[in-house]
Write a protein that binds this ligand. Structure first.
Ligand code: NAP
Length: 279
């Protein structure tokens, strides 16, 4: 039977553990905190947990589920404990720098990104079925042994996720468009509204804000650390998307300034149709 290890028993690591344990797999977990190990066992997110990496000696697949900034270092630290056949993967939401660094460290490394989550963090936020019907992108590169892609695909299928394959670079540009750019736009929307200098108008706007504003501002009002991580790790792709967005905004501003309502209507007619291609 395939033996799994999860490093970082937070929202994503804990949720993966719950579903893989429920499928009858043996899952060992590593946390830096003994209390997290205890809670992970209680949540049935692991069959065993430890603060020591020597628990990894006979595992087949390791999922690194730490924050982006700790993935490569974690990969480096766990290598002395692995068998040559062990597959290492990560769940980070940016792939290019992580895949580059970890593939150099371990031949049997393949990047992954389960595209599901909540605004919560830590083992208490872990939940059953988080990845069901959600996309799970694997990012093999030319040097990735095909058999490890196949092995990990089998595990992703156990989660009932929708499996996709992409290069790390295409993944990062795609998530820049649909995940990282919306966070930046949403944050700048809130920032722009707060620039209103007339206190009465600002107060009134805050009282009148309803579902439309709630929807468009939600991702800009989230965890600041995650927003900074997206920009820091996916800088190039995000900058490209932001520039394209600024051009779109400029076009809309110019169209309104020209009072070209027909052209503006054409823009909205197009976006009314093309939005359906995304959701
Ligand atoms: P999380 O709930 O904060 O869990 C991360 C876990 O990593 C923590 O529980 C912590 O466990 C451990 N950790 C924290 N800092 C560490 C460090 N410096 N070194 C080693 N371990 C450390 O975060 P998460 O939302 O699960 O995110 C984990 C990964 O999933 C990230 O790479 C993120 O990009 C990716 N991801 C997140 C989402 C999302 O919506 N949240 C979606 C898809 C992918 P201990 O303190 O117990 O060691």
């Amino acid at each position: 039977m395939t033996k799994i290890a999860i490093i970082g028993l937070g929202l994503i690591g804990g949720s993966l553990g719950i579903d893989l344990c429920a499928k009858g797999l043996e899952v060992v977990g590593v946390s830096r905190n003994p209390e997290t190990c205890r809670r992970a066992r209680e949540h049935k997110a692991v069959t065993q947990a430890s603060v020591e990496l020597d628990i990894l000696t006979d595992v087949d697949i390791v999922f690194i589920c730490t924050p982006l900034g700790a993935i490569s270092l974690t990969c480096q630290k766990l290598i002395p404990y692995l068998q040559p056949h062990t597959v290492v993967t990560d769940v980070g939401s940016v792939k290019t720098p992580i895949v580059r660094e970890c593939s150099e460290l371990w031949t049997n490394f393949i990047g992954g990104h389960p595209m599901a989550g909540t605004a919560e963090q830590g083992i208490e936020a872990a939940q059953k079925g988080l990845f069901v019907n959600a996309p799970y992108v694997l990012t093999p590169i030319a040097s990735t042994p095909p058999e490890i892609t196949e092995k990990l695909s089998g595990i992703v299928q156990l989660l009932d996720s929708k499996l996709y394959f992409s290069s790390p670079e295409n993944h990062d540009q795609a998530v820049a468009w649909i995940s990282h750019l919306p966070v930046m736009i949403s944050a700048s929307l809130i920032q722009a509204c707060m620039s209103e200098t007339e206190t009465d108008i600002l107060n009134l706007a805050q009282q009148l804000a309803s579902s439309g504003f709630r929807d468009t501002s939600r991702v800009g009002g989230g965890n600041p650390e995650l927003g900074v991580m997206m920009a820091c790790y996916n800088q190039e792709a995000l900058a490209r998307s932001l520039l394209a967005y600024r051009e779109s905004l400029d076009t809309i501003i110019e169209t309104i300034n020209r009072q070209d309502w027909q052209a503006l209507n054409q823009i909205f007619e197009t976006t009314q149709v093309t939005r359906n291609f995304f959701c």
